[in-house]
Write a protein that binds this ligand. Structure first.
Ligand SMILES: [Zn+2]
Length: 264
């Protein structure tokens, strides 16, 4: 996911409400997003169409293929109004603690099932996008644990809590650009190596603490810089901010979360 900055989103709630107050406004927005240069038929490339407004569809004048602004998107074939979709996206994207189906259900006055379905689709879409993204440049990397321990005894890297690896790429000025979080079965060097290979471009600079399992997998294809972690040194600052937000999200917004749901 793109890292959030501290300043607020481009839109205030008032701006958002004005811009997306009706189904037509939402549809127009999506139309422009989908066809920034004007309509192009996805089947034949023809640029002329008939608007079949009752069904909110564009029909190509040449091949008669019908397409809507939502076809092929997460909003495809749902009965939920676009205003609800866009509001859910807005709320979802603007709450750094994440947002639960209960919250969406209460805020938008939607049945819980509908809210859950909606959130699930948003998460899937984000996760698909996330899988395609490769971090590069300077990347901070660390692991964390979320959830309750099975035994309640072991702490740190030997714990039975869920093990999560977090990597953040940084802009030249040090601000976070993009974040990846992945639930891993363990923190062995081969597992970490696989994560790095899939998610971080070769020859990126990776900054970590001096955890031993990190050294071998990061030695070959990366410039690995590590040092003993000291909280007063501002080390891995963004990473730890992001980890604490993630923990607040799971433990606060969700009051804990089952293992099978945590990745989404
Ligand atoms: Zn066509």
């Amino acid at each position: 996911m793109p890292a959030r900055k501290n300043h607020k989103s481009k839109f205030s709630i008032i701006d958002f409400q004005k811009k997306f107050s009706t189904e037509d406004k939402c549809r127009e927005f999506l139309f422009n997003l989908r066809f920034p240069q004007g309509f192009v038929c996805p089947e034949c490339g023809c640029t002329e169409y008939y608007a079949i407004w009752k069904r909110h569809t564009c029909q190509c004048k040449y091949c008669r293929h019908q397409t809507s602004v939502t076809s092929g998107t997460i909003m495809d074939r749902t009965h939920l109004k676009l205003t609800y979709w866009l509001w859910a996206m807005f709320l979802f994207a603007n709450d750094k603690r994440g947002c639960s189906a209960t919250y969406i259900s209460q805020t938008l006055r939607l049945p819980y099932k509908t809210a859950w379905f909606l959130i699930q689709r948003l998460r899937n879409a984000m996760s698909n996008r996330e899988n395609k993204y490769i971090l590069d440049g300077i990347v901070e990397l660390d692991d964390t644990y979320i959830g309750s321990s099975d035994h309640g005894k072991k702490r740190g890297r030997g714990t039975s809590k869920m093990k999560i690896i977090v990597a953040v790429s940084k802009a030249v000025n040090g601000a976070p650009k993009y974040v990846k979080m992945k639930v891993l079965p363990n923190l062995k060097d081969t597992t970490i190596g696989k994560f790095a290979k899939k998610n971080i471009a070769e020859f990126s600079k990776i900054e970590t603490d001096n955890y031993r399992s990190l050294r071998k997998p990061l030695a070959e294809k990366y410039f690995h810089s590590y040092e003993t972690f000291a909280p007063d040194k501002n080390m891995l600052k963004w990473l730890h901010t992001i980890i604490s937000n993630a923990k607040a999200f799971v433990e606060g917004t969700y009051h804990g979360m089952e293992r099978k749901h945590i990745q989404l």
